[in-house]
Design a protein around this ligand. Sequence first.
Ligand code: ATP
Ligand code: MG
Length: 287
Amino acid sequence: MKTEKLKIALQKSGRLSEDSMNLLKRCGIRFTNGLGKLRSDAENFPLEIFFLRDDDIPEYVADGVADIGVVGENVLSETEKAVSVIEKLNFGRCRLSLAVPKNFEYRSLRDFEGKRIATSYPNVLRRFFNAAGVRAEIHTISGSVEIAPSIGLADAVCDLVSSGSTLFSNGLREVETVMNSEAVLIARANLDAPLQTLLDKLLFRLKAVKAARQNKYILLNAPNEKLTEITSLIPGMKSPTVMPLAEEGWSSVHSVINENDFWEIVEALKHAGAQGILVLSIDQMIN
Ligand code: ATP
Ligand code: MG
């Protein structure tokens, strides 16, 4: 009997490609990908990988050509396909923003009334303007949106931004955020039981990789009279591990801390008298 494989769609070449492939690799899945290669079989997991244009991924998943896929929320909102978001992936962060030429005197969304806006995201933008009660003329173009105002094609643009440097170098100023986006794992509806089992297995690994990336392992030496104060600063997953050191009056403290609070906690620990603070990254974290 042929065993069933889970089929995943990833972006072939673009901003999400490397992070998507690295995520699978961190999940312990081995596969090859070469220039021009459109599909690949994982060597050690029942997984078949398709490399596609990102715009096509929601449709391929909705139609069942692939079971799951990795795509930006921006693309998902634009295509409005019937797929579900299974997990946010913490990469490919960007925002879809409205930007105007430097000489455009912008005060509020009202200023877009009757204006021509160039974008590759007409559906998202139309919904945004409808909700705000603004009637603008949306011009759909598939690429190089940021040059539209300088060649007289539009009065403003709605495009993806991360640092804003592309807008800036094209003489544009970001004025409104239409949506925030990051890469997400999507899945089609009604996976049969064997495929759902494979997806659960993959998700278990994905979550361990995500958690590991969001946390740091910290080790430090604490003078015993400061232990209560120091351990109260790092609650850890349960409570920190405390072990006596060979040197009289000192203990070693181990714990896991979230990277968001990391610098704050390290400063407080140092202030409380902790010494020899070591911070290590975590490979996997199974909760
Ligand atoms: P494809 O050839 O697959 O259609 P593309 O040119 O449409 O590729 P990319 O530019 O590779 O797409 O961007 C893919 C996704 O990366 C975007 O849809 C978005 O979710 C995300 N992204 C993150 N940061 C940015 C950014 N600064 N500009 C554009 N996209 C970004
Ligand atoms: Mg695309």
